[in-house]
Design a protein around this ligand. Structure first.
Ligand code: SF4
Length: 108
């Protein structure tokens, strides 16, 4: 997840000066349209695609691993917060010894 954010910030760092320079060469009304298209095409769309790939790659860990039922598991980062490591389908940082159930609230 951090990688997605990092590369999104890198793209923003390159897009902002490029759009600033382009402003002097393109009609202002047309520049806004180009600005919106470039922002979507270079910044937003790649971030969304990378996020979907991240979720797909970690789907088994997020949905059906021991960690997915543990209180120490952060789904958004696919991270064991107790050991600060990323579990995978074949790797549990605690090897199951530190598992604690998530608290659930049951409504009657
Ligand atoms: S404590 Fe163990 S079971 Fe819980 S998230 Fe970390 S590695 Fe997974």
């Amino acid at each position: 997840m951090g990688e997605i954010i990092f590369w999104t910030i890198v793209r923003i760092v390159f897009v902002i000066p490029a759009m600033w320079v382009l402003q002097g060469y393109i009609d202002f009304n047309f520049w806004w349209l180009v600005n919106v298209l470039v922002t979507y095409g270079v910044i937003i769309h790649p971030a969304v695609v990378h996020y979907r790939l991240f979720v797909e790659k970690n789907k088994s860990v997020i949905e059906s691993s021991l960690c997915s039922t543990c209180i120490h598991f952060d789904e958004s980062a696919v991270l064991c917060m107790k050991y600060d490591k990323h579990p995978t389908a074949i790797y549990l940082p605690c090897e199951g010894t530190a598992w604690e159930p998530r608290k659930t609230s049951f409504k009657k």
